[in-house]
Design a protein around this ligand. Sequence first.
Ligand code: PLP
Length: 474
Amino acid sequence: MNIQEFKDFACASIDYIADYCENIRNFPVLPSVAPGYLSRALPKCAPEKGEHWNHIMEDLDRNIIPGLTHWHSPYFHAFFPTGQSYPAIIGELFMAGIGAVATKWDSSPAVVELEVIVMDWLAKILGLPEEFLNCSEGPGGGLIQNAASESTLVGILSASHKKIQQFRIENPLMDEWEIRGKLVAYTSKESNSSVEKAGLIASVKMRLLPTDENGSLRGSVLEEAIRSDKINGLVPFCVVASLGTTGVCSMDNIAELGKICESEKMWLHIDAAYAGTALSCPEYRHLINGIEHVDSFNFNPHKWMLTNGDCSALWFRNTTYVELAFKTKAALSVPQFQPELEHRQIPDVRRFRALKLWFVIRIYGVEGIQQHVRRHIALANYMEELVSGDSRFSVVVSNLGVVCFRLLGDESVTQLILERIAMKKCIYIMPYYYKKQLLFRFVVCSRFSTRADIQKSWDEIVNATNEVLITIAN
Ligand code: PLP
């Protein structure tokens, strides 16, 4: 491909993406393809000779787009939002176009320095305490990771390293591997599966504790678990608390958990993958009451903050432990720049992810990000009103853009309605079992969503309900 062809392909691609976004409502949110459809449609081997980009675009239309779930459709209400916006798309383009990555600062100073700056901007946008900032006097700081799953793992590995060090001072006869076998971490049953997975990868026990009636992990439950594990000779070292669980977006009680972590010398990691973006609005800052006890804090701009994946922000109150855990002997040369981000992550190199975040923050401004959050929450409130206006349904939980509701009466009917909605493919919502009840879990995900879209999604649910009830009645 020569430079002119590159320009033509790029212009056509931007037009394509803009049209895709503009017309996203015209696509059924879920595809109608059978498993293996793509291997039947595409050649078995790579082309011998290079092809014209036109042919690839044709194949995109013919074979790829029909097999997609349209995650940015206003009728997509599953999982959580996945970040996307025009500035982030352009940011991704520049990331790829410049193609710079970094290990140490001298391998690409701007890649490292922009990340350090943007992470401080972001911490200030969320209202995190000064200690977490790269520019603070102390040992705190933040960086971008690939995913919340990876951030939790990095938090747990840092925490276990810290605990082993502490424990060996108090028990000098025990070796590291003996202590490792006794480490136990805690999270709630409502936390994301990535937390349990991080425990598996880190080879530590992970207790999944019950939550209260609001889906919140409380101090008394943690205290009891620690007491019984200590009696059994285990060494509690970490709590992973959720600020916005994946199911119903419930909040663990950081203040209660934090006090216990402090007195037990345990690490407190916060997984705010989705809900963290809400902290950009001062009216939600109370959610981080207790932040003074937190050791590491993570949220994903690639969820609700309009930034294409991957982009997961992780801050430490004290980066000493992650560096002790991750720094290899080979890395002991004198650094030209602080912080040395490469010792606070699992991969060797880092992509220039700060660039797209920088674009997003500058184009939207803090006000634009706040507006986006408030608009989504207002749309969720509208959905709550619609559900509450139909006496057959009852809203069970509504938190920060996530509305969970149930059909009164026999649960098997809910199952049939969900199946019917899935079959029609006009909207994408998910079932969720919460406190032994089967719920409709509805999330405002798309940045394109309007009140009319929410009304249309609700109408789909009502129609499916009517159809199922008529079928049952006959
Ligand atoms: N934590 C929470 C609360 C989540 O909801 C999710 C995903 O939805 C994750 C962690 C995992 O995020 P990631 O895909 O960035 O690892």
